[in-house]
Design a protein around this ligand. Structure first.
Ligand code: FAD
Length: 318
């Protein structure tokens, strides 16, 4: 049995688990993904024997104080990405996923395991997964807010209290072209376009430059309208748009992929760092904002609150 089970090994869960483990708490992270990092992730693809990568989730960390603090903890797995206009952003190297991986070093993490239910029984939490059961005295859930209901049940008070949070889908295209293809910009953001964000991924430090790699995000309304559409058709439409933005012909395309983020971006956040019900906490980026540093902050605040309950129960026993 662990003292604390943290469900979700994204930036929020990692921040929480690190802070707890640093204070001697036995903590286990469980995630249904194949790798650590959740939406801060990197996709690999092989093109004619060469491995290329795409940051298909979080693109960078802002140059904020919070982001700089995270980057300092992940020293060696981050670098500056120059956008061509003199501005720079913090990115993971050799991919965005490298940062959560470095930050999670030394944590007890079980991947490829979906938590199906979390129930309080006789002062403990019974955590059921698709690979068996585990128990803990404290449970922390850091999944996107809409994914709380399948775990806790629609009528759970924490699910009710998180019900105002809105998370929107984001369809993300990954495309590779031959190196000699024209590249008119490094990044382009246009809130009114169908592709609101386009970035030349291989201009980030440490990425393979064997091919030109591009990441393009569709706007939130188009993403929502097409979330369940035929994926080949969605990819084709997004590739056509990308080619027209870049001024290239699709014959230059060497690879394309599509990531469907069903709960990708926070539109309406909770306005609180976390929610709590007894020895159960829920949190994530959706508590305070929409960014990596919001996820991190929520995880740290949960850990501080969990530690406070340990201190309180120890002083009650003394
Ligand atoms: C396309 C896109 C672009 C973005 N760009 C930026 C950016 O440029 N800058 C920025 O700061 N932020 C960006 N973000 C937001 C950023 O990625 C998130 O704010 C942050 O990564 C969220 O971390 P988290 O730990 O709260 O959640 P997540 O990263 O979503 O982690 C939750 C984890 O829970 C796991 N999980 C879910 N259900 C279960 C279950 N039942 N059992 C077990 N595990 C489960 C998931 O596998 C996941 O690993 C972007 C997001 C997207 C989608």
């Amino acid at each position: 049995m662990s003292d604390v089970v943290v469900i979700g090994a994204g930036m929020s869960g990692i921040a929480c688990a690190r802070a707890l483990q640093a204070k001697g708490v036995t903590v286990r992270l469980i995630d249904n993904g194949r790798s650590i990092g959740g939406r801060m992730s990197t996709r690999r693809a092989a093109v004619f024997g060469k491995t290329i990568t795409f940051d298909h989730g979080a693109q960078y960390l802002d140059q904020s104080e919070d982001a700089a603090a995270i980057a300092a903890l992940g020293k060696g797995a981050v670098d500056a990405w120059y956008l061509g206009d003199g501005a720079s952003r913090i990115v993971g190297v050799p991919g965005m996923a490298a940062l959560p991986r470095a930050l999670a070093n030394g944590l007890d993490i079980t991947l490829n395991t979906r938590v199906t239910t979390v129930r309080a029984r006789c002062g403990l939490f019974q955590i059921e997964t698709d690979a068996g059961k585990t128990t803990a005295s404290h449970a922390v859930i850091t999944v996107p807010a809409p994914q709380l209901a399948p775990i806790l049940g629609e009528t759970h008070p924490l699910v009710q209290r998180a019900s105002n949070v809105v998370m929107r889908p984001c369809l993300t295209l990954m495309a590779a072209f031959n190196r000699d293809t024209p590249a008119p910009f490094v990044t382009r953001r246009d809130a009114n376009a169908l592709l609101t964000w386009i970035a030349k991924n291989d201009t980030k430090p440490g990425r393979s430059t064997a091919y030109q790699t591009w990441v393009a995000q569709a706007n939130l309304d188009w993403s929502a309208a097409n979330i369940d559409a035929d994926r080949s058709e969605t990819k084709r439409q997004m590739v056509d748009l990308l080619c027209s933005e870049l001024g290239v012909v699709s014959a230059k395309l060497c690879h394309m992929g599509l990531q469907v983020w069903r709960y990708g971006l926070v539109e309406t956040s909770l306005g609180n760092s976390f929610l709590k019900d007894g020895m159960l906490w829920v949190g994530g980026d959706w508590c305070h904002g929409a960014k990596v540093q919001d996820a991190w902050r929520s995880g740290l605040d949960i850990a501080a609150n969990v530690l406070h309950t340990f201190d309180t129960s120890l002083s009650a026993k003394a």
